[in-house]
Design a protein around this ligand. Sequence first.
Ligand SMILES: [Fe+2]
Ligand SMILES: [Fe+2]
Length: 145
Amino acid sequence: MNADPRTLGWLNRALAHELGAVQQYLAQSVLARLWGEAQWAEHFQREAAEELGHAERLMERLILLGVAPGVSALAPARLGRTVDQLLLANRQMERDAVHLYQEALLHATRVRDGDLADLMRSILEDEKTHLADIDDMMKERINHG
Ligand SMILES: [Fe+2]
Ligand SMILES: [Fe+2]
């Protein structure tokens, strides 16, 4: 089967996002550990693991289409000097993710690729949850900080 090049484009863009997200969360986990913020270090490590799961699902789709994953450049990890700055950077990243998966889902619907649409919809829901969780954490810190 010849895969739609636009479908491969969306899968690769999504994979680049996820691997970049893994890099950012893992780097922030290391940073938080160096700050002595063990709970935040664990939190960011769990986020990294979740984004890695997304990368795995996208890779499975690519491999089923006969294409080897080929992300060659990741966005640099955005760090900061405080936990609040890290959360702000992650909020931006998760907003970008929601936007990306909305567009990818639109493409999948347009070309009537049900499997692709299911995958993109499922990851989109996760990214919306990530964004909402960060908003809650930020509100919590404003109210109790
Ligand atoms: Fe993700
Ligand atoms: Fe995410």
